[in-house]
Design a protein around this ligand. Structure first.
Ligand code: PRT
Ligand code: MG
Length: 214
């Protein structure tokens, strides 16, 4: 396919990307939130949006099915980043990745005593690396959503998940016990495409950087 594809997800990422798309002259021709189309043209010539699940964005860009993408740092770290450049922190969709446990669970003592923690998360690679670096043994339980439930029903001692306002944790009587990393969304680029099609891609990358306030 000719032109430039930008892979991104509906919901939070699209919502916060919309003003940036407007600023780079790539307003979508249909509302991706309501359209059933997965490929949507934009006002910028040759540029289209490719609408995928958030966790799939790096995969599409890695394989060159989209030249650019917009994905959270959480998703990028979990993917590993192979074949991708991450030239612009768009500073949108900001949150923190944390370890959280039930109020009253003595996380520090459990870690100190070398207890084998059971951690539920959808970020299994990131979580494994985080605890391996600290020399803490963990049993990972892979979930696809609603991680907050796991400690409440005895599935896990703690979870690794994203927090923004903190309301979801509070509503479930959980507290953050450790921060893993701050998260925001990044513009990502297929490495090979940037080498062979720099004249086309660089102006768009620069436009995003400018739109994001750099
Ligand atoms: O929801 P779906 O299964 O379709 O996919 P997804 O969860 O992968 O995508 P989406 O659209 O929910 O999130 C896309 C990206 O937004 C993530 O990859 C993050 O980079 C970013 N982001 C920013 C967040 C949040 N903030 C966030 N708060 N993603 C999720 N959350 C969730 C969090 O997991 C928790 O359940 O919101 C809840 C906590 O919010 P507070 O405000 O109650 O703390
Ligand atoms: Mg979600």
């Amino acid at each position: 396919m000719d032109g430039i594809g930008i892979a991104l997800s509906k919901g939070r990422i699209l919502e916060e990307t919309a003003p940036l798309l407007a600023r780079v002259g790539a307003r979508p021709r249909e509302n991706p939130e309501t359209s059933r189309k997965l490929i949507i043209g934009t006002a910028r010539r040759g540029v289209r949006l490719i609408v995928v699940r958030a966790a799939d964005v790096p995969t599409y860009v890695q394989h060159g099915a989209a030249q650019l993408g917009i994905a959270g740092r959480d998703v990028l770290v979990e993917h590993g980043g192979a074949g991708l450049y991450q030239p612009v922190d768009l500073r949108i969709a900001a949150c923190r990745m944390v370890v959280a446990a039930r109020r009253g669970f003595d996380y520090a003592a459990a870690v100190r005593q070398g207890a084998r923690l059971r951690i539920a998360t959808k970020y299994v690679q990131t979580t494994r690396e985080h605890f391996a670096a600290k020399g803490v043994h963990v049993d990972l339980i892979r979930l696809y959503g609603s991680m907050e439930l796991a400690p409440l029903v005895g599935l896990a001692d703690a979870i690794v998940d994203l927090v923004s306002s903190g309301r979801t944790l509070r509503a479930n009587d959980l507290v953050p016990v450790e921060e893993i990393m701050p998260v925001s969304a990044r513009l990502i680029v297929n490495q090979a495409a940037l080498k062979t099609r720099r004249a086309e891609l660089q102006p768009l990358i620069d436009a995003f950087a400018k739109a994001a306030g750099k």
